[in-house]
Design a protein around this ligand. Structure first.
Ligand code: KIV
Length: 271
């Protein structure tokens, strides 16, 4: 079987081949140059410039306030850092819902001004027109179903989605539709693991889960969450690999102590 770590540049074709070979796809969010450089060197397959930047970078409660210009700023910083990783950018709230031409304009701005490799949109049937329009311009599109944070005020809460049969049935249909339209992959957020596996087995494009269980084709996490930079957010699906909040806080406190005491800078640290 092919060694995907040796692939020089990840493409949508690589992801389809990985799914066919049963090789799981790793995806993390990134919003800035320095972090993207580390994640690219670590061999992460996809970097998502998520509209979660609205939460973790700007401190908003939801993803709704972030603008297209701000997404392009984050995306261009990430693109400048990567050599191998495929960069996908979220179309922000208000840039694609209900207006196909506006959706295409937004996607083209992202591709042209940031140099990203694809875009992600939240929703199924209701945004079919926008997806078709963007795909017709040759822009790779990733779908996002299940918990879609841009619709949080419609849902009212961040609880697990598609537990009821009616919503699960709609999600199955939407996943098939996104595949038929030509999306190269789908993020499934916060749904029952059995449904995640069922959807992954029913389509030929990769399904990337975030709280979608272990039976899907890959996983995505918000990088600030998995590194423990965020503190209070602790959903069941989140595995924290570091506790950077405490580590950074301790380092900053030590620095303050050293400055106060005159220990920093020492003789070797000055000219
Ligand atoms: O914006 C984001 O970070 C996302 C992930 C949660 C998939 O869409």
């Amino acid at each position: 079987m092919k060694n995907y770590d040796e692939v020089k540049r990840m493409t949508t074709h690589t992801f389809k081949a990985m799914k066919a070979d049963g090789v799981k796809i790793s995806m993390l969010t990134a919003y800035d140059f320095s972090m993207a450089r580390i994640l690219d060197e670590a061999g992460i397959d996809i970097l998502l410039v998520g509209d979660s930047a609205s939460n973790v970078m700007a401190g908003h409660e939801t993803t709704l306030p972030i603008t297209l210009d701000q997404m392009i700023y984050h995306a261009s910083s990430v693109v400048r850092a990567v050599k191998r990783t495929f960069v996908v950018v979220d179309l922000p709230f208000g840039s694609y819902q209900g207006d196909e031409k506006a959706a295409l304009r937004a996607a083209i701005r992202i591709m042209k001004e940031s140099g990203a490799h694809g875009v992600k949109l939240e929703g199924g049937k209701e945004i079919e027109g926008s997806i078709k329009r963007i795909l017709s311009a040759g822009v790779p599109v990733m779908g996002h179903l299940g918990l879609t944070p841009q619709s949080i005020y419609k849902f009212g809460t961040y609880v697990v989605r598609a537990k009821e049969e009616e919503e699960a049935q709609q999600l199955r249909k939407d996943a098939k539709l996104l595949e038929k339209l030509g999306c190269f992959g789908i993020v499934l957020e916060k749904i029952p693991a059995v449904l995640g596996q069922e959807v992954a087995e029913s389509v030929g494009i990769p399904i990337i889960g975030i709280g979608g269980g272990n039976g899907v084709d890959g996983q995505v996490l918000v990088v600030h969450d998995m590194l423990g930079i965020t503190k209070d957010f602790q959903p069941r699906f989140l595995r924290r690999y570091l506790d950077l909040f405490e580590e950074i806080k301790n380092a900053a406190a030590q620095y303050k102590t050293d400055v106060r005491s005159g220990d920093f800078p020492n003789e070797k640290e000055q000219y």
